[in-house]
Ligand binder design. Structure first.
Ligand code: FMN
Length: 191
């Protein structure tokens, strides 16, 4: 698919500071992009530079700036990256306790092709709630980039800085763009 609109949701982990790499990957393929941040993620990003880059305000609350539409724009794909332990567990449970989580809940419900790129250490990833969350999201049709097949593994506790350098921004976009190209299943009613 050439061109489309990518919705990006960033969570509160260090790679969030580099989310412009995902925006640029999308723009290089003639996609537009907009960034939504969890409240925690606002401590990791530079909203103004992202707004200049995307041409869209960074949304984190229900409050919209003047001229901003309240409803979600038409979205061809959703990438949640970096996705924290906290948000992944919440998304799997369907919790909508902030603007970002509400947007995610609705976009997944609308069958928008969705890619999640976790950034979690191995201790958190070993927890049963997290493993169940990943399995449940995959069952729901969400693409979670995690594990040997995706060449993206949880890092040992304390080694996040090294792992951040390898964060798969381009793979995340390419995967989302590929999903956006695939016909939806008949069950979604969107064939
Ligand atoms: C400096 C810093 C780095 C963090 N890194 C991570 C991380 O890599 N992965 C993670 O799951 N949580 C990390 N956290 C914890 C999350 O920010 C915390 O769980 C927060 O509640 C996540 O909120 P969110 O999921 O709404 O973004 C970090 C927190 C801080 C302060």
């Amino acid at each position: 698919m050439t061109g489309g609109h990518l919705q990006i949701v960033v969570c509160g982990a260090d790679p969030a500071a580099e989310v412009s790499k995902l925006v640029r990957a999308a723009q290089s393929q003639s996609w537009t992009a907009a960034v939504t941040a969890t409240p925690s993620a606002m401590n990791f990003i530079e909203p103004q530079s992202l707004e200049s880059l995307t041409g869209h305000p960074v949304r984190s609350t229900y409050q919209s700036s003047p001229g901003t539409r309240r409803s979600l724009p038409a979205t061809d794909a959703l990438v949640i990256a970096p996705a924290t332990y906290n948000s992944i567990n919440k998304i799997a449970l369907g919790l909508a306790d902030n603007y970002a989580m509400t947007s995610v809940a609705e976009l997944i419900g609308r069958q928008v092709p969705t890619v999640i790129v976790p950034f979690v250490n191995a201790a958190l990833a070993a927890r049963a709630p997290f493993r169940h969350a990943v399995a449940n999201l995959r069952d729901e049709g969400v693409r979670v980039l995690l594990g040997p097949d995706d060449q993206w593994e949880p890092h040992p506790p304390g080694s996040g800085n090294e792992q951040q350098k390898a964060f798969p921004w381009t793979v995340a976009f390419d995967t989302a763009a590929q999903l956006a190209q695939e016909p939806r299943t008949a069950a979604t009613g969107q064939l």
